[in-house]
Design a protein around this ligand. Sequence first.
Ligand code: NDP
Ligand code: GDR
Length: 357
Amino acid sequence: MKNKTALITGITGQDGSYLTEFLLKKGYEVHGIIRRASTFNTMRIDHLFNDPEIGNKSLFLHHGDLTDSSNINRLIEKIEPDEIYNLAAQSHVQVSFEVPEYTAETDAIGTLRILDAIRKSGINTKYYQASTSELFGGLPGTAPQSEKTPFYPKSPYGAAKLYAYWITVNYRESYDLFACNGILFNHESPRRGETFVTRKITRAVASIIAGKQEKLSLGNLDAKRDWGFAGDYVEGMWMILQQEKPKDFVLATGETHTVREFVELSFKEVGIKIQWDGSGVDEKGYDAETGKLLVDVNPRYFRPAEVELLWGDPSKVEHEIGWERKVSFPELVHMMVDGDLKLIYGKTIEEYLTATI
Ligand code: NDP
Ligand code: GDR
């Protein structure tokens, strides 16, 4: 029997790299769309592409862009994938306020371009849309958020993803496509982009230990997020497409934590207790033992509109599909601090703590 074929947009991103590993292990032939960039942008998948058993045997990369329908049409017709995972996006919420039109072009109209290419090609494929908890906007009184919670996006990113969500539902209902939305709450990993808050924190902890950074400057310390591990979530994406009928599912851990808690736990991993003092923009975090300033608040990281509370309810996916997260919140923090300490300081947490005793 022929191996299944998957086409992944956003293959160079955090989720794209984990999904590629997951699908290759399942025996898929994987095709990914990459953007031409002036510097290398395939770091997260180089270990796969450069593996002689994988690169150009079961993993193929094609240049393309979601803002250009010609390449999307051509690739879908040529590859005839069994499954398409649309993970490509301008995915940074704060940046979307600065480039709202480009965000809409990629995240909203880019989704339409793929769905319409599938419709026109007439091929029988399953489509996964990377929808997001940002659709909910964290309105007071709506948590925990589930598939039934009303949407109220609070950024150009959220608004673009709202269009993408509904056009996916619309093409499913209008043209009988097997098209599904995974409404995923925040998921992180050592491969997370460096400007998302979790990775910014864990990199800063490692850089401070290595003497390469003085302190960590953040925005809203009280925002709450439902943070899981990306590796768990890509399995959920695949499981959604293996169902008999196309449906939309929330993937979340069912727990929520503040940015402040993430900071505290990250420093705790390297033996530092944070002592908070002051409030609002004047709040500061000190090393409780030495009194050294380690964290402050910089209003440049505040957003024109903020999503204060995201807390997901994964009951539907747990009951109907049997997906649940495996990595806990403390395990996630440990994994990320460990990853950055190795990267920046050359030691694991254990090696570092042993050396400092
Ligand atoms: P990343 O930002 O790590 O990756 C985004 C990917 O999209 C990169 O491969 C990037 O390419 C590619 N891309 C960006 N713009 C374009 C474009 N115009 N044409 C083609 N490719 C493009 O995101 P994640 O892996 O974290 O997220 C994957 C998807 O899931 C995104 O759609 C995101 O919005 C969504 N999502 C993510 C969540 C999370 O917590 N991680 C939660 C819910 C939804 P390049 O490397 O060249 O920049
Ligand atoms: P988010 O992730 O906006 O939830 O979008 P991000 O990590 O950027 O922000 C989470 C929360 O932390 C607060 N925050 C800061 N954020 C950043 N980036 N930098 C800071 O210095 C900082 N200080 C505080 C933010 O205000 C926010 O409340 C992510 C992306 O992956 C989206 O693509 C995805 O759809 C959603 O998660 C679910």
